[in-house]
Design a protein around this ligand. Structure first.
Ligand SMILES: Cc1cc2nc3c(=O)[nH]c(=O)nc-3n(C[C@H](O)[C@H](O)[C@H](O)COP(=O)(O)OP(=O)(O)OC[C@H]3O[C@@H](n4cnc5c(N)ncnc54)[C@H](O)[C@@H]3O)c2cc1C
Length: 462
């Protein structure tokens, strides 16, 4: 493993009884550098390994749809880990508290890296707790969800994809650093109690004191196995046409964002497998480049954004000065259409393309990238203020998308307000923010077939 993935927060001062990995962001076994690091150390100390997962009922903005998808993945993780002799402890409650009883006797705590504010706070709280208690374990933080860890790629907020791209292209081969997980030598079963309800996920989810207003997706199922099935389907049927994937009517995208969001699949594994397919001559070069642009450059730009843009999730602090100036200049423009959040959410607008996108989002938990841009731009156009539009977009995005509440969510939304974009020709309502309209969709794509496809899917699901 490239050592730049690891940040040592505390060096080990004693030999405890086991190695402890707190799994939080990277909910998988395959291509998990944090797990690899934990197994390596358990083998080095000849100690057993404990993987801890804490399920908080108050994860910010999460509802039944998100919990269900996540737990489907965790059920698989538990099965695989136990099969390989790892102790898996699953506890209900806030993870940074739930892990406390397991710290004192650990030799080493391994944490996977999380980029959002509250993920950083959780990790810092655990670190502070061990210092406060005077515990003597070591603590390592391992970045396993980025191909190139953000702080290694750049030490500042990047202006756009064009400034980050050359940095990533120079570095990423050094981070194709995963070969295999070593076998755990000490398979001692420790007598830790687990709140183990993972056998029946429907029941577990129904019993949790969480927001039940959005049901699980009837179309998308969580977990590494399903992520792989979608990946292979993508490679076989879609990849060679990915260069045309901007067209929402064609359904050429991979649908992997929700699995990446929960860390159920690693972007590095996807990259390695694509490179392998390409080396065997199966892949159209232009399409491969287009996919890598999204998976590596766009995705890692989003994580650069949440790392360096203070207040990435607040209207007042999420975009560029030129964007705020133009929004201020156009704040009193006349809006021919204004819809309430409920009208938008219920897809009751005059625009069939927006309505279709909204229905896809509400009923399935997914929407095509181009339609996400269009959808958000329309909310800006039909809201009485930019701030209200921002709040509505963020709320609906995080409520319905399975991949919501991600670095990509905050960056994608900020992009609609000028971040990582440039000023365009000035016009009513939008000022210099990029504008999108239905005529553009009709000119570029067979957009009616997108509407028909969503309609068919949604009717089947109802
Ligand atoms: C308004 C708006 C809101 C968005 N909200 C989210 C969100 O909540 N969660 C989320 O994960 N993405 C979000 N995106 C980014 C993007 O739309 C999705 O990542 C993409 O549509 C996921 O579909 P896919 O996996 O089939 O993509 P594919 O086309 O198959 O791309 C492969 C992977 O590349 C990455 N990627 C693709 N497009 C982008 C992009 N524009 N920016 C960054 N990374 C990208 C994703 O990790 C994706 O899984 C948003 C974009 C916009 C404009």
């Amino acid at each position: 493993m490239n050592k730049q993935r690891i940040i040592t927060l505390k060096t080990k001062e004693h030999q405890g009884e086991y190695v402890l990995y707190w799994m939080q962001q990277s909910q998988r076994v395959h291509y998990n550098h944090a797990l690899l690091h934990a197994i390596d150390h358990a083998n080095q100390f000849d100690q057993p390994l404990v993987v801890f997962f804490g399920l908080t009922p108050s994860y910010p903005d999460a509802n039944e749809r998100h919990y269900h998808f996540m737990l489907e993945g965790l059920k698989e993780v538990k099965g695989i880990l136990e099969h390989f002799g790892v102790n898996f402890v699953f506890k209900l409650g806030s993870p940074e508290k739930g892990i406390e009883p397991y710290l004192e006797k650990a030799s080493l705590l391994v944490m996977d890296y999380g980029y959002l504010t509250f993920q950083k706070i959780w990790r810092k709280n655990v670190w502070d707790y061990t210092l406060h208690k005077g515990y003597k374990l070591g603590i390592d933080l391992v970045d396993t969800d980025m191909i190139v860890p953000v702080r290694v790629a750049s030490d500042k907020a990047e202006y756009g994809a064009y400034t980050l791209r050359p940095k990533l292209k120079k570095l990423y081969q050094n981070f194709r650093d995963f070969t295999h997980l070593p076998t755990l030598k000490n398979k001692q079963k420790l007598s830790f109690e687990s709140d183990d309800h993972l056998k029946d996920i429907d029941r577990l989810v129904a019993s949790l004191p969480i927001d039940h207003s959005v049901e699980k997706s009837p179309l998308y199922r969580g977990g590494y196995i399903e992520a792989n099935r979608l990946f292979f389907d993508f490679v076989q049927r879609k990849l060679n046409n990915y260069k045309n994937s901007n067209d929402p009517s064609l359904d050429l995208t991979s649908k992997l964002s929700m699995y990446l969001h929960f860390g159920q699949i690693s972007s590095l594994e996807i990259l390695d497998k694509l490179m392998l397919a390409s080396s065997q001559g199966h892949v159209d070069g232009e399409s491969l480049d287009a996919y890598i642009e999204q998976l590596l450059v766009r995705r890692e730009l989003a994580f650069n954004y949440v790392t360096y843009q203070k207040g990435y999730d607040a209207f007042e602090t999420m975009t560029e000065p030129w964007a705020y100036q133009t929004m201020e200049a156009h704040k009193d423009d006349f809006h021919p259409y204004v819809y309430t959040q409920t009208e938008l959410e219920q897809a009751k607008t005059h625009d069939p393309y927006f309505n279709a996108a909204m229905m896809e989002m509400v009923h399935t938990g997914y929407m095509h990238n181009y339609m996400r841009m269009y959808w958000a731009k329309k909310i800006i156009e039909w809201s009485s203020s930019f701030k209200e539009a921002y709040e509505t977009i963020k709320f609906l995005n995080n409520k319905y998308f399975i991949d919501g509440r991600d670095a990509n969510s905050y960056t994608g939304i900020a992009w609609c307000f000028g971040k990582h974009d440039r000023p365009w020709t000035e016009r009513e309502i939008f000022g210099k923010l990029r504008y999108m309209n239905d005529k553009g969709l009709e000119r570029k794509f067979d957009i009616k077939s997108y509407v028909n496809r969503v309609d068919t899917v949604v009717r089947k699901l109802k």
